[in-house]
Design a protein around this ligand. Structure first.
Ligand code: ZN
Length: 409
């Protein structure tokens, strides 16, 4: 059975890990900084050395290309991103790009002519130095001129960074492509579910949607000594009751969905005054709109119940949601068939973090899979995936692409 070149993959990972390396073993490569530009130059060189074709689009997305003969009008894309969060780890994104490159390299070495043109892509700014999932958003036609107004960089700095790699806001807005037939991404899990269950591969069946509500509970300020406990309309009691019961409801009724209250403000805010008003931010995530609808209905009912229990008024306002992205059944099947062939155990799971794949799912049959992260650590210099799991992930990329070539041809 054809396999990737393990030593070369691990060598690539360690070479790339030296670009933007930090003293604690991580990397600092936010998009289009000097370190990221150096990593991009390294990728371009590696593509040339492999004898693959190179292309860069208007969004700065870089591709290694293995052409079919004759070149097919549609293409199968794979990859991830080489940028990192500030003070991030060496595997997030990098492993996915290198695995896709290695898969194409091995096919070429084995004179394996694909029936559909293949690309190994490095997406620009997945991590949000500028705006997050930027390169894939541009490629999928989801980027508008107004989006640049919400960039984390002011216009002059943004334009300087873009021009450093030969692109501009105009070229980004024109980077939409219509030739993607399928997309597959390998990524580290960024959590500990695979490690704790001893499973090799997590096949992502959906990337979660995120909804959030600003909640206000209103009671009555009162003397913290003289007001009888039984007569208090304490807004913080209501909020506390809700927060702990919501935890239990979500675990009992909406698993594997998650909820969080990450911000809370009690007024007037003094030792000796019963809290009259509490504002808090409630966020919850799940894999489908139906699951999110059910969660929201339950959480709102609970909110009203807790407010009534303490005689409080309740108001809430939703913020714009992030919609869940369903993965393609045919691409998930290709990943699973390939994993079976390689003897890798696998299970389906949700991705609770955002990825370029959620954009690609809008324009192509798309799916992604995870390999285990040691201790579930991620976005941290201590991030680590074992050499064996990196190799498993890359072999699975090679065989998933072969499977896709068979099924999509
Ligand atoms: Zn990533």
């Amino acid at each position: 059975m054809i396999k990737i070149n393990e030593n070369r993959l691990l060598q690539d990972l360690s070479e790339l890990g030296r670009i933007g390396a930090t003293a604690d073993g991580g990397v600092n490569r936010p998009a289009l900084t000097l370190a990221d530009i150096e990593a991009r130059a390294w990728y371009q060189r590696a593509i040339a050395e492999a004898g693959l074709s190179y292309a860069i689009d208007g969004a700065g997305n870089q591709s290694a290309i293995l052409y079919s003969d004759p070149p097919s009008p549609k293409r199968i894309l794979a990859g991830s991103h080489l940028d990192s969060v500030p003070e991030g780890g060496r595997y997030d994104g990098a492993l996915g790009v290198l695995a896709a490159l290695e898969a194409l390299r091995v096919m070429r070495e084995n004179s394996l002519k694909p029936s559909i043109t293949l690309e190994a892509v490095n997406f620009t700014d997945e991590e949000g130095a500028i705006m997050g999932l930027l390169g894939s958003r541009a490629l999928c036609g989801q980027l508008s001129a107004e989006d640049f107004g919400r960039s984390k960089l002011e216009a002059a700095a943004l334009n300087r960074r873009l021009s450093a790699v030969g692109i501009s806001q105009e070229t980004m807005l024109a980077a939409r492509r219509d030739d993607a037939l399928a997309w597959v991404e390998l990524h580290i899990e960024q959590g500990g579910r695979l490690e704790s269950s001893g499973i090799d591969i997590g096949v992502v069946d959906a990337i979660v949607g995120i909804r959030s509500l600003h909640v206000r509970l209103s009671g009555e300020a009162a003397h913290a000594g003289t007001k009888p406990m039984s007569q208090r309309r304490d807004a913080l009691w209501g909020a506390s009751q809700f927060i702990l019961r919501a935890r239990q409801w979500v675990m009992d009724r909406h698993s594997p969905g998650v909820c969080n209250v990450g911000m809370i403000d009690a007024k007037p805010g003094a030792f000796n005054i019963v809290p009259a008003q509490v504002d808090f931010a409630l966020e919850f995530r799940h894999g489908s709109e139906a699951a999110l609808d059910a969660m929201q209905a339950d959480l709102v009912a609970l909110l009203e119940e807790c407010a009534a229990e303490f005689d409080l008024g309740v108001e809430y306002e939703a913020t714009p949601p992030a919609h869940p992205a369903q993965m393609s059944e045919s691409v998930m099947n290709a990943i699973e068939s390939a994993a079976d062939r390689l003897g890798l155990s696998h299970q389906r799971m949700l991705s609770f973090a955002g990825h370029d794949t959620q954009n690609m799912a809008r324009i192509a049959a798309a799916a992604m899979y995870f390999v285990p992260s040691v201790n579930g650590v991620s976005h941290n210099p201590g991030e680590c995936t074992s050499a064996a799991d990196c190799v498993n992930g890359a072999n699975l990329m090679l065989h998933t692409l072969l499977e896709l070539l068979k099924t999509l041809d």
